[in-house]
Design a protein around this ligand. Structure first.
Ligand SMILES: Cc1cc2nc3c(=O)[nH]c(=O)nc-3n(C[C@H](O)[C@H](O)[C@H](O)COP(=O)(O)OP(=O)(O)OC[C@H]3O[C@@H](n4cnc5c(N)ncnc54)[C@H](O)[C@@H]3O)c2cc1C
Length: 470
């Protein structure tokens, strides 16, 4: 279902709801809404609507549903699986104007935020109450709270606080027919039926339009110590990660960058990694199996002794280590992790395969995946990094000269993941990018249940029709 039913009458009706300035039809203006962050997924739309609050969102959905116009909800458009752009000519519902941060509820340590609030704005808002949001990720300046719930975003602190679903204590959403469902009291104990917040978390815009979210908050952990550790092999890094998880109670992040990605980000930053060495040709190509970990401890009191002792106990596993305490020095270490996505994007248009492996198979996977990729596309270049503390590896694959690799690479890698008992999507979702492989992780019975839920909430199939459900 596309937007064939869109005409001047419909545009007029929508303009009366949200104001003329917020109904966009000029292709020059809508161009920014139809291409995703990676530039791999590009579509087209006859219409972008930008409601300002829940009531407007509901009224817009009633009008679009009556005209049977399919809709792609969009937040910051930083999603990496082609789920946020109109690949089938759908209308785009941009949620960024729902950007109200309500006062922090200091007694409950919770806050209610509009779906269009960016993560960075949410972080700044709650920091004034000495509290923090449990999920953090590098796209924080653009990614929205609504998009983060819709994708069940993970990021760098999952090992401490869980992913986005674990932060949600209340939700408000507009269903496909314009009905508003709202449950925002935020009671920690509330067994009064189905948990719509949990259902909408990870639904990728297919079940409802999230308009407001009530989040559980956490105490800030202002004292920090960060270590960059170099390893000869992925197996050593995996063993060290397990040891650090056991011994550092204040462990806040545990991230990995593997050799090829470290070479690329170093050349992007114009810096050599402060520890370890690169056995590569300087262009991101490498035959080395080295790995780096960033381990960050965070607490209310100085955690540097705890992290320092744990790093010392790693002993022969580590080739070299650097520890930083001051913000600027810590940021210099983090740069080698936080800039990897940008470095890859600057090098070309990657296929992004975000996967989780069981800990026992992780090193086998990171060592073996290059052969799986080059067997399909001999010129493809794998670049590996990710949230190792969660078993989450981002396998990014570039073709020669930054072109896309062969499409068959995706299936080969995802089958390899599934054979090892892993998940074909750790935190980015299924979107359109992994639709064809969802069956690798989900049984027919599960997919039938997904379909039944979708039909119950969106019988006409208007919400993000090309995403998640095969
Ligand atoms: C540099 C970079 C780093 C990243 N790091 C991480 C990371 O560490 N961990 C991680 O999990 N992700 C990461 N991402 C991916 C991305 O930031 C997340 O998926 C984020 O949650 C998307 O939020 P968004 O507002 O940009 O959503 P969008 O990209 O706009 O949309 C994503 C999906 O959510 C749906 N959606 C958006 N808003 C709503 C709404 N209000 N109601 C219903 N559905 C909605 C869309 O239809 C789409 O299916 C990264 C991306 C970049 C570019």
């Amino acid at each position: 279902m596309s937007a064939g039913a869109i005409d001047a009458t419909l545009v007029g009706e929508l303009s009366r709801i949200v104001g003329e300035a917020h109904v966009l039809t000029d292709p020059e203006i809508t161009a920014g809404y139809v291409v995703d962050w990676t530039r791999r997924f590009a579509g087209s739309t006859p219409l972008v609507v930008r409601p300002g609050d829940t009531a407007e969102t509901a009224a817009v959905m009633s009008v679009l549903a009556a005209a049977r116009v399919a809709v792609v909800p969009q937040g910051g458009n930083t999603g990496l699986v082609g789920g946020s752009v109109p690949l089938g000519g759908e209308a785009v519902l941009s949620m960024r104007r729902l950007n109200v941060c309500e006062p922090v509820d200091e007694l409950a340590t919770q806050v209610t935020l509009g779906a269009g609030v960016t993560l960075a704005d949410a972080q700044a808002h709650v920091a004034a109450s000495d509290l923090s949001v449990g999920v953090d990720l590098a796209a924080r300046d653009s990614a929205t709270i609504g998009g983060m719930v819709a994708t069940n975003a993970g990021g760098i602190n999952v090992l401490r606080y869980g992913a986005m679903r674990a932060q949600v204590v209340g939700i408000e959403a507009v269903l496909a027919d314009g009905t508003v469902v709202s449950h925002l009291a935020g009671l920690e104990k509330d067994n009064t039926g189905y948990d719509l917040g949990s259902l909408l978390a990870g639904s990728e815009g297919t079940l409802g339009i999230i308009t407001r979210v009530r989040l559980r908050l956490h105490p800030t952990q202002p004292e920090r110590a960060t270590a960059l550790l170099a390893f000869e092999s992925a197996a050593d890094a995996v063993r060290a990660a397990a040891a650090l998880r056991r011994s550092v109670a204040s462990l806040h992040a545990l991230e990995a960058v593997f050799e090829g990605a470290m070479a690329l980000v170093s050349s992007h930053l114009g810096l050599a990694p402060p520890v370890g060495s690169l056995a590569n040709d300087g262009a991101g190509n490498s035959d080395g199996g080295a790995a780096w970990l960033i381990a960050e401890a965070a607490a209310r009191t100085d955690p540097s002794d705890e992290l320092g002792t744990a790093v010392t106990e790693l002993d022969d596993l580590v080739v070299d280590a650097a520890v930083a305490l001051e913000p600027a020095a810590r940021q210099r270490l983090w740069a080698f992790r936080e800039n990897v996505t940008e470095a890859i994007s600057a090098a070309g248009i990657p296929h992004k395969l975000d996967v989780t492996l069981p800990a026992a198979r992780l090193a086998e996977f990171t060592d073996g995946v290059e052969a799986v990729i080059t067997a399909v596309d001999p010129e493809a270049q794998p670049l590996l990094f990710g949230h190792l503390g969660d078993g989450n590896v981002h396998v990014n694959v570039l073709g020669p000269g930054g072109a896309e690799p062969a499409d068959e690479v995706d299936g080969a890698v995802l089958r390899y993941v599934a054979e090892m008992g892993g998940s074909i999507s750790a935190e980015h979702g299924i979107g359109t990018a992994k639709l064809a492989e969802l069956h690798l992780n989900r049984t027919e019975a599960e997919l039938a249940a997904f379909g039944a839920i979708k039909r119950a909430l969106d019988p006409a199939g208007l919400l993000n029709p090309n995403v998640l459900l095969p």
